[in-house]
Design a protein around this ligand. Structure first.
Ligand code: ATP
Ligand code: MG
Length: 182
């Protein structure tokens, strides 16, 4: 298990370093339904074992994004929603349009929520709200830092809305104008 953990730490650090050095995003037209189903399938062992009810809402048929990096964003956010929500919770994955300028992917959970003082720091490397508990759950605290970098490389952004005791929603915004490869 320690070797696996070390491998995943190294792989996360390599990803961050590549994203830092302005890795090129290979944007293509990605079907939101297909990529959502792929991510759900990949994480079904985690989500099923925790007996979460997952709902998907797909109001936008596609997004222009780097498929591999987008998948990584979605896996990280769904993994978090599942890890930090008690058994039997509710998770919603949603694709929608925000005015005519952005496509938004959001992940909403019915977990414990995150206090305001932590919300701005979550995207820092290695930052974890509850160090002891987070360590128990595995992971290294690089997931959201990677999500932030990937969204920046898409000229997009990631933001959070959370209330203690109610749950958390992460929003990833992709600009619609970015149709060309960059
Ligand atoms: P890794 O993603 O590297 O496996 P991690 O999940 O601890 O480890 P991040 O994904 O960067 O790291 O998340 C940072 C911290 O933010 C987590 O440790 C947790 O404390 C908090 N967090 C993230 N998502 C949620 C969520 N949906 N609900 C509550 N807390 C969250
Ligand atoms: Mg994580």
């Amino acid at each position: 298990r320690n070797v696996e953990r070390l491998m995943s730490l190294i792989s996360d650090l390599l990803d961050l370093s590549s994203l830092d050095s302005n890795e090129v995003m290979h944007r293509t037209k990605v079907s939101t339904e297909e990529i959502t189903n792929r991510v759900l399938k990949q994480l079904s062992p985690v989500v099923d074992s925790r007996k979460h009810a997952v709902k998907t809402v797909i109001d936008v048929p596609y997004v222009y994004a780097d498929q591999k990096r987008l998948e990584q964003v979605m896996v990280n956010l769904l993994d978090n929603a599942s890890k930090y929500t008690l058994q039997g919770g509710r998770i919603e994955l949603k694709w929608n349009c925000e005015s005519s300028s952005h496509v938004v992917f959001s992940v909403k959970d019915s977990g414990a929520g995150i206090a305001r003082e932590h919300q701005t720091r979550l995207f820092e490397r290695f930052y974890r709200v509850d160090r002891a508990r987070s360590r128990e759950l595995g992971g290294t605290g690089l997931g959201l830092a990677i999500v932030k970098h990937i969204m920046q490389r898409h000229e997009g952004s990631v933001s959070i809305e959370s209330e203690l005791g109610k749950g958390t929603t992460f929003f990833c915004r992709f600009p619609i104008h970015s149709l060309v490869n960059s």
